[in-house]
Design a protein around this ligand. Sequence first.
Ligand SMILES: NC(=O)c1ccc[n+]([C@@H]2O[C@H](COP(=O)([O-])OP(=O)(O)OC[C@H]3O[C@@H](n4cnc5c(N)ncnc54)[C@H](O)[C@@H]3O)[C@@H](O)[C@H]2O)c1
Length: 345
Amino acid sequence: MDRSSPSVPVAGSRFLIVGGASLVGSATAEALLRRGAGEVVLLDNFAFGSEAAIAHLRDDRRLRVVRGDVMRLPQLLAAAEGIDGVLHLAAAMSISMDADPWTGLDINVRGAQNVIEACRAARVRKLVFASSNAVYGYGPGVAGDLVETTPFHSAGAPAGAILYGASKIIGEQLCRDAHRRHGLDYVVLRYSTVYGERQHYRAANALYIIETLDRVRRGERPKVIGDGSETKHFLYVGDAARANAMAFEAPASDVAVNVSGPAPVTTLELVRLVTRLAGSDLAPEHVDPPAGRVRLTSGGAFRIDHTAAAQAIGWRPEIAMEEGLRRLIRWRDAEAALDTAVPAE
Ligand SMILES: NC(=O)c1ccc[n+]([C@@H]2O[C@H](COP(=O)([O-])OP(=O)(O)OC[C@H]3O[C@@H](n4cnc5c(N)ncnc54)[C@H](O)[C@@H]3O)[C@@H](O)[C@H]2O)c1
């Protein structure tokens, strides 16, 4: 293995996924193991993640789960020992940031710095840092094509969303700084809203999917905020996992790229699509925005461009929303069936 190259082949290599016991981490661990990784260590404090989210991986002897906290550097140093590639996912997103900004900023800023320190100390060959399209901000300034040079917009947007976006900008810059000072190789991936198997309720935009499904399954009409013309741009979790693996393998370093799905969608289209795929013909009910909840708004239609990801790491999205949503619904229904199954005597 050429240790001077920023390319880390997945087959045979050892990976640490920090914040690995959730949506993106569980899918990425699965993808790395499928591609022949020698070992995958999931470090998580289970603040948001769960044993259930990684239950499907438990039989693979190459998987190791470590209870640890990004705020505790010694735990990261121990977990990074002998590791080739680190994926840093542990973070508080807009909703969690809104609920507790002090803790959110600690995780996202000090936590990122601790992960970088552990990478340096353990001579990890590459860090993949999970950023977000939140680095473009929210509110009236956001519209049109969002490319990697698009500036951060904060005017007119909720504090929780802006603190989240700003904390991701700081994390990205800490990676750049470690590259400049210490030669740490890294790739920043700016995911758009992720959805798929093991969907949770922490990503404000994914609530349009999961809450619609919940309502339809209860036989209630799905809700659409306003006229439903707001744009959202989603990313299937399997495509995010593939991007993470490709970022390790690519010779790219010191770069930040968007990782978004094939095309944007309006909230009305999305709610109708989820309703139809769930086998219902319930008509959506148009409602006012729920009070007191963080909403991620824009100034008009937008699209998160992923051309640079193809150039830097050879990645393009593969899964259209209809297929990704079918997979999410299939997973959700299987979970619900397990929950209601009567144990055998
Ligand atoms: N889900 C999305 O829509 C989305 C969109 C853009 C970017 N991202 C970014 O991708 C990453 C992963 O997203 P996800 O949806 O899997 O997130 P998540 O919130 O479900 O998972 C984060 C994981 O980090 C763990 N964690 C939190 N604090 C920790 C701490 N102090 N120490 C150790 N572990 C800790 C949580 O328990 C959880 O398992 C995050 O960095 C997020 O900001 C996610």
